[in-house]
Design a protein around this ligand. Structure first.
Ligand code: NAD
Length: 499
């Protein structure tokens, strides 16, 4: 047994030296061992941090674009140099395999690269002589202190969807990472200081509902970027907006992959396995419902079963295909769906409950699991399970499949597998989902497009990163200007007309 390490807030560029009233355990999910003890912030500590950020903010808002860009480039270089270290921290607390953790850091890095172009992204418009001798121009200005509240499943990438853009736009960020795997966020935040960002512009407070509520109600917090489960996303959106904040709250998902009879079934089987079981299904873009248009279901299931037989589940540092679930409690919850699925009439094709896993300790494992004959109304289909459980739903036609997807209350990601361009085009036009893949199972947009779902997968109207991110973290202003000219004097109380 190792002694758990203390993990604390990063305030004013330094680890916090106070004594926490409450703490929370952090585990290595591959061994089941408690490796960390996390300080949880009280509401008064959050207040102190936000006040400090607000004081630091004005200097950063006034920093030239040239200065901000230098910091962003330096941060990009540092993160690129340290990405393996960050990936190791993710694997140690989240459990995902190292290659997957590295992939997550790389996708976060891409947002920093996008934000390096901030001078171009913030360029406004200019119209000369809109009216005689009157010029009009638009500018975008930072909001102030912005809060980012992130989930456990992407401890590096999700904070990075927001932070580089928020900082590049001239804001001060207070990040509240997930209490389950907080260390990657702290390590990334420390890199900002090394990159030359002034103290107080990137702060980290750890905590639970108390810290989140303090951020949602603090008058100096101008916006909230939240990612997590749907009930909390809805709560964050309602509470944050009721307190006058701009809020983007990304919620849960149930992503469907529609496979048409003309699809390449080997490609579809590879994609279903990768997207269903990667990161143990703990991805908001994971495929959890495989919608097979008959008559291909039997053949597709047989190909998926073959591939599942080759997967090794175990410790993410040992070259396994899939790691554990994040906590024992979450593993037990996911496992409970297996008995429920059978009781509700679905067919358990591959049972992921194994006696042995590739690990030394008692990790929180469940191997890939496959169900067939799943239908709406079964908990397997209706709930976001967030684990390595793939459900096959058989449908008779494309139209039936589309109707199923559009009836789902979530609308994060979806994919169609087909060789028919016309069908794919029809699908992308009519499907009510925010991110669509055509023969791509996890269509996470690149950093210069924006990430976001529809329906219960996103509250608010702003998606993450890309231009929507730049707009979210700035306020628009339009200036109408006329330099003194005696010919324009005189009284006229009418509404000015442009001449
Ligand atoms: P979660 O909702 O439990 O936690 C998310 C954040 O909210 C954490 O920082 C947590 O501390 C905080 N929180 C938890 N309970 C709270 C409460 N009662 N009041 C205030 N704050 C609270 O989510 P999670 O389990 O960490 O992450 C998994 C969920 O996130 C899944 O539903 C997944 O689909 C979703 N997710 C969505 C996206 C997306 O882009 N739509 C991306 C990643 C994850």
């Amino acid at each position: 047994m190792t002694t758990p390490t203390r993990i604390t807030h990063l305030i004013g560029g330094q680890p916090w030296t106070g004594t926490a009233e409450r703490t929370s355990p952090v585990f290595n999910p591959a061994t089941g061992e408690q490796t960390g003890v996390l300080d949880l912030a009280s509401a008064s500590l959050v207040d102190e941090v936000v006040t400090q950020s607000a004081a630091a903010w004005e200097g950063w808002a006034d920093a030239s674009l040239a200065k901000r860009t230098q910091v962003l480039f330096a941060f990009r270089e540092l993160l690129n140099e340290r990405k393996e270290d960050i990936a190791a921290l993710i694997t140690a607390e989240h459990g995902k395999v190292l290659s997957d953790a590295l992939g997550e850091v790389t996708r976060g890095l891409e947002v920093a690269e996008f934000a390096c172009g901030i001078p171009q992204l913030l360029r406004g418009g200019f119209t000369e002589n809109a009216s005689t001798n009157v010029d009009v121009y638009s500018i975008r200005q930072p909001l102030g202190v912005v809060a980012v509240i992130s989930p456990f499943n992407f401890p590096a990438m999700v904070p990075m969807w927001f932070i580089p853009i928020a900082i590049a736009c001239g804001n001060a960020v207070v990040l509240k990472p997930s209490e389950k795997d907080p260390s990657a966020a702290v390590a990334i935040a420390a890199l900002w200081k090394e990159a030359g960002l002034p103290d107080g512009i990137m702060q980290v407070v750890h905590g639970d509902k108390e810290a989140v509520d303090a951020l949602l109600t603090h008058p100096e917090v101008k916006s909230v970027s939240f990612v997590g489960s749907t009930p909390i996303a809805r709560y964050v959106y309602e509470t944050g907006t009721a307190h006058g904040k701009r809020v983007q709250a990304l919620g849960g998902a149930k992503n469907h992959m529609l496979v048409l009879p003309d699809a390449d079934l080997d490609l579809a089987a590879d994609a279903a396995v990768n997207a269903g079981f990667g990161s143990a299904g703990e991805r908001c873009m994971a495929i959890s419902a495989l919608v097979a248009v008959e008559p291909i279901a039997d053949e597709l299931i047989s190909k998926i079963k073959d591939r599942m037989g080759k997967l090794v589940t175990g410790d993410g540092t040992r070259g396994c295909d899939m790691g554990p679930l994040v906590t024992a409690q979450h593993r037990d919850k996911v496992t409970s769906y297996l008995d429920a699925g059978v009781a509700e009439g679905a067919t358990l094709v591959v049972d992921g409950r194994q006696d042995e896993y590739e690990s030394d300790g008692e990790g929180f494992f469940l191997a890939p699991t496959l169900f067939d004959h799943v239908k709406p109304g079964m908990s397997l289909y209706d709930d976001e399970i967030f684990g390595p459980v793939l459900s096959v739903v058989r449908v008779g036609s494309y139209d039936e499949g589309l109707k199923l997807i559009n009836s789902n209350p979530y609308g994060n990601g979806t994919a169609i597998f087909t060789n028919d361009g016309g069908a794919a085009r029809k699908f992308q036009r009519h499907v009510e989902v925010g991110m669509v893949g055509v023969n791509v199972p996890i269509p996470v947009p690149v950093s210069y497009y924006s990430f976001g779902g529809w329906k219960n997968s996103l509250f608010g109207d702003s998606h993450a990163h890309g231009m929507e991110g730049v707009h979210f973290f700035t306020r628009g202003k339009v200036v109408t200007s006329r330099w003194l000219d005696p010919s324009h004097g005189g009284l006229n109380l009418g509404f000015p007309q442009n001449v």
